[in-house]
Design a protein around this ligand. Structure first.
Ligand code: NAD
Length: 248
């Protein structure tokens, strides 16, 4: 089940947090995984863990908000492995503030890092997926994009945009053997959520029907499923991995 042997996966922003766990999970299931981070050492650290668990892959540092660096990353992957079967658009970040205090620069920055990155990577990777008539694109959105979150007008908009992009691209490539889906995690403990004020975290826990944060594994398993052949008839969907948060 969920065997990814023979597949090549690219996971953006996989030097830490969710991206790292996703990379490890896909590698455990047999995929050769391209780890990516802004810095080479972070990408290499994740690759070292993949090697330690018996897997294979490649570390490619790149800022995936820059078109030339995305081109370079994909060319390196194609030159090394000859294919890209799975793309996980995971890179993203937050710069929270109430709208009245949010500088315009923070709006622009978040659209670039949490949305444009996914568009740029999909645009380049989908071209080789179309040639090979196979592909899985998985966009890591957020419950904030589904429900909206106070203090996150920039981030909620970027993650909602990612859902629209997922559905639009899914329609463009559905006849080519390529599926495009989004995962909307709720609250998962990572470096990203560490930054959230304690008061907001406590309030959030009250709203989660399962009354616990999610784990990195909860999200990584969902990615492995959507990346697998077993999920071949699922496209344009948003899978919430949030303990029931978004159904409220
Ligand atoms: P994180 O900050 O721990 O990891 C994000 C990674 O992306 C970092 O390693 C960062 O260096 C990398 N990154 C940022 N910009 C990049 C760029 N331009 N090029 C390459 N790499 C870049 O955060 P995380 O919690 O692991 O989040 C991963 C993804 O999941 C993000 O898209 C985030 O929005 C989403 N998400 C997280 C949660 C949560 O609760 N943690 C919930 C919903 C969605």
């Amino acid at each position: 089940m969920l065997d990814l042997k023979g597949r090549v996966a690219v996971v953006t922003g996989s030097g830490q947090g969710l991206g790292k766990q996703i990379a490890l999970e896909l590698a455990k299931r047999g995929a050769r995984v391209v780890t990516n981070a802004l810095t080479g050492s972070h990408a290499s650290d994740t690759l070292a863990e993949i090697h330690a668990q018996g897997g294979d892959g490649l570390a490619v540092p790149a800022d995936v908000s820059q078109a030339e660096q995305v081109e370079g990353l994909v060319q390196t992957v194609l030159a090394t492995f000859g294919q890209v079967d799975i793309l996980v658009n995971n890179a993203g970040t937050t710069r929270d503030n109430l709208i009245v205090h949010m500088p315009e620069e923070d709006w622009d920055f978040i659209q670039r890092v949490s949305l444009k990155t996914a568009w740029l990577c999909s645009k380049v990777v989908v071209q080789s997926m179309i040639r090979q008539k196979y592909g899985r694109i998985i966009n890591i959105s957020s419950a904030s994009g589904v429900m909206g979150q106070k203090g996150q007008t920039n981030y909620s908009a970027s993650k909602a945009g990612m859902i629209g992009m997922t559905k639009a691209l899914a329609q463009e490539v559905a006849s080519q053997g390529i599926t495009v889906n989004a995962i909307a995690p709720g609250f998962i403990y990572t470096a990203l959520t560490e930054k959230m004020p304690q008061k907001i975290l406590q309030k959030l826990m009250e709203y989660i029907p399962m009354q616990r944060p999610g784990t990195l594994h909860d999200v990584a398993y969902a990615v492995a499923f959507l990346a697998s052949d077993e999920a071949s008839y699922i496209t344009g969907q948003v899978l919430s991995v949030d303990g029931g948060l978004a159904m409220i």
